[in-house]
Write a protein that binds this ligand. Sequence first.
Ligand code: FAD
Length: 431
Amino acid sequence: TRSIVWFRRDLRLRDHPALSEACSEGEVLPVFVVDPAFDGAGAPRRALLHDCLAALDDATGGALVVRHGDPADEIPALADEIDASTVYVSKDYGPYGRKRDEQIADALRGADRRLRGIGSPYAVDPGTVRKDDGDPYSVFTPFSKKWRACGWSDPIDAPRRPNWIEAPSDGLPERPDVDVDIPSAGEDNVLARWRRFRDDGLDDYDERRDLPAVDGTSRLSPFLKYGVVHPRQLLAESDARSKAQATFQSELAWRDFYADVLFHSPDSAWEHWNDKFDAIRYDHNQAAKNKFERWCEGRTGFPIVDAGMRQLVESGWMHNRVRMITASFLVKDLHLPWTWGARFFLQHLLDGDLASNNHGWQWAAGSGTDAAPYFRVFNPTSQQERWDPDGEYVHRWIPELDSDDYPDPMVDHKAERQEALDRYEAVKGSS
Ligand code: FAD
């Protein structure tokens, strides 16, 4: 039999159940479709995608077929072209991917072919972890207990000698010119990165992961995003009996949790997950836009916020602790809609991911699952004193910090905190 493996967020050959199944059945055409919808991702992420695809193409010995266009047209056409009986995919649980896949499954069915989904980018597929009564979880801790109890299969090897089908390729997408350093793609590089971190950093993870000046986290998020490594591999190669390693595993559970939340509430990508928050007032006027610009440029006069924003724009990544601080600042000190910040993050982050990013933002805004209680407003000054006590991180990203060129704080945190609490009254009052 002939089949297609349509790669999406699973740009690897190892531990790829859909690929292994397809290869066990016969000849396989490995395909990636460059969807015009990807243009929404910022240039850094498109450069990373390019590099991941180039590495995947190398790993297949140049067999990867790339087509540019709407997958709803390209995939059924390719299936006709090579007379494939099945198109294999790792399932996509995001709102866009689900609709697209349903449409393509219908088109294939019309031609007596089928779309077959095996696995997903998650350790446990979204929709699987449920309360005893079948409802989805909206609180992380009980979710993560059940998630662990679900368990996950062991990683599998890459197919031995895949029998690739040849077909004309439009070639890789253009690699945008970017100033940020793109980390080395390719499965071997990424596995080596993981194992270095596992051997040298994982046992200190719980002590170091909150310090932005320190390289204390795995930096695997961009590669988890594109599926160059599957979380299963990281779970299999870490050990929950160590407290630090269990903490790391629970961060992977957060990733699965947010995908689960998005699966059950697709609208929560851009709308309040907790719709009581629809009553809150955000600023949208010209003054708000000017404030937003200062936040984006890292010129708020709050060093930890500015260092984070500059790290984001200059490197395509921001430390998790600082993501929380900058997000809180945008919503609670500047009173701007969280969606503005979420969109900016998605344009710049190499790991930009709708589920983790937008629910991370809703967490900071108080409108999401597990939300930080709205009245707990991060104080950017005390956060900096606590997590960057020697100022190493802020000085690294703000060279002019100690000079007159660095702006004064753009707002009075105490007053804005009160303003945020006053606005929150409308939420408390709504039914
Ligand atoms: P590590 O600490 O090494 O963690 C290992 C992996 O666990 C990460 O690679 C990631 O896949 C997962 N993980 C860790 N923390 C979280 C978390 N809080 N939520 C979900 N998954 C987590 N993560 C993204 O992958 N993409 C995003 O677009 C994104 N946007 C965020 C926006 C905000 C406002 C906040 C507060 C968090 C966001 N996160 C996002 C989560 C987290 O900041 C990053 O996953 C983490 O900083 C990535 O670095 P790392 O790989 O070194 O993480």
